[in-house]
Write a new protein. Structure first.
Lengths: 370, 525
């Protein structure tokens, strides 16, 4: 993938993604029209659902948090031209890290410290799950796409086994651990707001969102300001040039995959420490996969990833509302709309470029050339 | 446009009735790619049965023009006439049907097919391969005898030498009925002897009335074989000459648009002690072929050692090993009294620490990360230096200061630190790579193909910089397929063929023919 040399940046990263989004909504509108609903009303309901109702923004930002983590995970790997499809599994295993830390320590250690350890646990466990495919790619040449996909399945199976047989709350039917002790967890924003005297509607939005923003800044710094980031980007653009420059390709790959896995693992702090307060089956709910679309749409830059995450967060939240409001629009329909957005913004991201180039040249070409 | 007169003075032409019909006429051809005007209002006339040369620097628009003629590109404007008739060449198939054949710079052959199978491709003669083969073989043999195109029809292409592969390409074009033959840089891969052979073939094709267009940047070849020549610069034909009435100097001046001095002043300098000693180095490729066999030589302070040879005879692998890109398998290398033995930890980073700088043969693949900005590329390989990084963070301000000086001192255009290096011209990219490597103050500079795809103006500058570095006492190892370059720059020349050193000579008493013989592996000195 490459950006166009002809059209200016504001067109290629600003206008074209918006046009892609617009196209996706147009096609979605057609589908909504065909099932007998008014597309404009549907959009209206979605926007209201995502931003207007009390707590709606909180929900939207809570989903956004997950997408930021998985989007950054995919993006970092992408800077080294590695396709990390394993965000889902890495997030899942990150949850195991959170769960184990909490279950082992929460009865003995002060809650604040357990929370910190649990955050570290999510990063380390996620990192391990990313490092193994990274190692196999770097040292054995096993293709990262294949191995990360397989590691998603392994993670799923592992978690089912552990949650059903090992760390399930004794005497319980549903495959979940016991609740973490009350001092453990990341505070939800509306509770925090109450402390400073603000009244906010209840929502699952929690301090993980702040962590996500901090990590985004760190991501930018890592990729564009450090020696390691320089080496990663060299490797991503040209492996031959990286070897020429004396960059150790295999260790760079392994470290990138470790960090990428760690980023994905952070989904667990939002879900488990921020909301559920226990480890449960299937809490990742596809966030890892959506992260791929987020990274593509956000052009692997933290600002873009934040905006794309916000969009997908709004879609998740607004989509739920759509499901409630219209009898003929089901959950599957909402998935279809998401799919169309991924298709137009991710897979067909460069579809409009040739057209824009032509239009741009027609009106500005001679002027710029002179 | 001046009228081209046929005063070629070539015997072959003189023996033919002078033909006044033009085989090809291009009128007002214009082609734009985005902002870039590749061809602007080009007019060209080539008379039937002549050899017409087109010269110009890289990016002058030669290839675009020929690709338009061959139907690969559609011109935005202009007309093409073949034998006086306006034609619409909208695809290579159409162009072949009209009798145009093209021999590309990189051959378009199926490596696993035999010579016959390749030559008949596109005109198989029959639905059934067997009966077609017999029929086509007859015809091809006829063509081959007529024009001196010696090939072995049973051989598999990948086993045949490049010279023969080129003859197969020509046969293929003729078999499809080509009356007009376009050759794009045909001598780039040939030894001097093979070039002479190719020119004999071209002359006999001309005798039989075939019209030939020869694209090249080697002025010597233009002078020796063409009847008429057009010079292109900046997408335009700037001059047409009858070859007999022009000189290489005049052509060069027209190519660049100003007077060029291509003679090199070599600083007189006594060479010092050896800084690089290579002893019995052998290297086995991944396919199990020995690409280097017992290579031994040394390189001294202030010396330029040229390695001549046809591309693909082990020079690239030698550079890769010396620069740390490949590990050393057998033999030993001594750099400033420090010895590297096989399978020791040896990589590019270490090579740089030992004072080896490397201008790689392929600046697109190795020397630069093309999407990177100039300031990022200006430290590639040196990004770990204390000057630019404290081990963790990069010091952007220092890097920007450095690159500003670099582009100024080495005349990299445009003088911008924040433009993608991929957007620079070939010459400026090469100047940037060379600048970076020279600025690291190396003891030893390895240079591969310093002027490949580089325009004449930049070549001048690159030679100057190399000479300046030499006078500072740096030892330079120069690998190039351009024999002229090797001969004019080097103090000493070694010649490689099939992974071995087949000869050594000093540049003052070497002749091109002598080196050519060694390059072809015919003669061991």
């Amino acid at each position: 993938m490459s950006d166009s040399n002809i059209i200016p940046k504001w067109l290629s990263v600003g206008v074209i993604p918006l046009m892609n989004l617009f196209l996706a909504f147009c096609v979605s509108g057609l589908f909504i029209f065909f099932v007998g609903e008014n597309p404009f009303r549907a959009i209206f309901v979605m926007i209201k659902g995502a931003f207007y109702y009390p707590g709606a923004i909180g929900y939207t930002l809570y989903y956004t948090t997950n997408f930021i983590f998985t989007g950054l995970a995919v993006a970092l790997a992408f800077h080294a031209r590695l396709f990390n499809i394993g965000g889902e599994g890495q997030a899942y295993v990150g949850g195991l890290g959170v769960g184990l830390v909490c279950l082992i320590f929460d009865q003995h250690v002060v809650g604040f410290l357990v929370t910190i350890l649990a955050i570290l646990g999510s990063v380390i466990f996620g990192a391990i799950w990313g490092t193994i495919p990274g190692y196999l790619q770097a040292k054995r040449g096993s293709h990262i796409v294949i191995t990360t996909i397989m590691f998603n399945f392994i993670a799923a199976a592992l978690m089912v086994y552990l949650l059903v047989n090992v760390i399930i709350e004794p005497g319980q039917m549903s495959p979940e651990t016991r609740d973490f002790a009350s001092g453990v967890g990341l505070m939800q924003i509306h509770i925090l707001a109450k402390y400073v005297g603000l009244e906010m509607a209840m929502s699952p939005l929690n301090l993980s969102f702040i962590v996500a923003l901090t990590v985004s800044v760190g991501f930018w710094f890592l990729v564009w300001r450090t020696k390691f980031g320089y080496e990663v980007r060299s490797l991503g653009h040209s492996e031959t040039a990286a070897i020429y420059a004396g960059i150790k390709v295999s260790s760079t790959i392994i470290i990138v995959m470790a960090i990428s896995g760690g980023l994905a693992g952070l989904v667990a702090i939002n879900e488990l420490l921020g909301v559920h307060n226990k480890l449960l089956l299937g809490f990742t709910a596809g966030y890892g996969f959506t992260g791929i679309a987020v990274a593509l749409m956000g052009r692997n830059h933290p600002v873009g990833i934040f905006l794309a995450s916000l969009l997908f967060g709004a879609l998740y939240q607004g989509g739920t509302e759509l499901d409630f409001e219209f009898s003929s629009i089901t959950r599957e329909m909402v998935l279809l709309i998401q799919g169309l957005i991924i298709l137009f913004s991710g897979a067909l991201a460069y579809m409009l470029n040739p057209m824009m180039e032509r239009i741009y040249l027609k009106y500005y070409g001679d002027y710029n050339n002179a | 446009m001046k009228n081209i007169e046929n005063k070629g003075g070539n015997e072959a032409i003189a023996s033919l009735p002078p033909s006044n019909k033009s085989a090809i006429e291009l009128k007002n051809i214009t082609k734009k790619f985005g902002y870039v005007v590749a061809n602007s209002d080009v007019n060209l006339k080539v008379r039937t049965g002549t050899i017409h040369g087109i010269v110009g620097e890289n990016g002058a628009g030669k290839s675009t023009l020929m690709n338009i003629l061959f139907g690969l590109y559609k011109p935005d404007n202009g007309m093409i006439f073949l034998n006086g008739q306006a034609v619409d060449v909208n695809s290579p198939e159409k162009s072949i049907a009209l009798g145009i054949g093209m021999v590309h710079q990189h051959f378009m052959l199926v490596p696993t097919f035999t010579v016959l199978e390749n030559a008949m491709l596109g005109n198989e003669g029959s639905m059934l391969l067997k009966s077609g083969e017999k029929f086509v073989l007859e015809r091809l043999k006829g063509l081959s005898n007529n024009y001196g195109l010696n090939v072995n029809f049973e051989a598999i292409i990948s086993d045949t030498p490049v010279g023969m592969q080129q003859r197969v390409e020509i046969l293929k074009a003729l078999n499809r009925g080509a009356k007009i033959l376009i050759l794009d840089e045909p001598t780039g891969v040939l030894t001097p002897q093979e070039t002479i052979g190719l020119f004999d073939i071209l002359r006999s094709l001309r005798e039989q009335g075939v019209t030939i267009i020869l694209i090249t940047h080697k002025l010597k070849e233009i002078m020796s074989i063409t009847d008429t020549v057009s010079v292109m610069r900046g997408g335009k034909v700037v001059a047409d000459f009858s070859t007999a009435e022009t000189s290489p100097e005049e052509l060069a001046e027209n190519m660049v648009g100003r007077k060029v001095l291509l003679s090199i002043k070599k600083p007189t300098l006594k060479v010092g002690k050896p800084v690089l000693e290579v002893k019995n180095v052998s290297h086995e490729s991944k396919d199990g072929v020995f690409v280097l066999k017992n290579i031994s030589f040394d390189l001294k302070e202030g010396e330029i050692l040229g390695i001549a040879g046809v591309a693909g005879n082990g020079q690239s692998e030698l550079l890769d090993i010396l620069s740390g890109i490949e590990t050393l398998q057998r033999g030993q290398i001594t750099i400033n009294d420090k010895t590297i033995l096989p399978h020791q930890d040896w990589n590019s980073k270490k090579a740089r620490e030992f004072g080896i700088a490397h201008v790689p043969e392929d600046r697109h693949k190795r020397g630069l990360v093309l999407p990177f900005f100039n300031y990022e590329n200006s430290i590639l390989g040196y990004h770990g230096n204390e000057d630019y990084s404290n081990g963790l963070l990069m010091d952007k301000r220092k890097i920007l200061n450095f690159v500003d000086d670099l582009v100024e001192n080495f005349d990299v255009r445009p003088r911008s630190s924040s433009i993608s290096s991929g957007k620079l011209s070939g010459g400026n990219q090469q100047k940037l790579v060379l600048a970076r490597e020279i600025e690291s103050s190396p003891n030893i500079l390895l240079v591969g193909q310093p002027t490949r795809g580089v325009d004449i103006g930049a070549i001048e500058r690159i030679y100057e910089d190399l000479m300046k570095l030499k006078s500072r006492g740096t030892a330079i190892l120069l690998v190039s397929v351009e024999l002229d370059e090797i001969m004019s720059l080097s103090d000493r020349i070694i010649v490689m063929n099939q992974g071995t050193i087949v000869g050594e000579t000093s540049s003052s008493n070497a002749t091109e023919l002598e080196i050519g013989k060694m390059m072809s592996g015919l003669e061991q000195v």
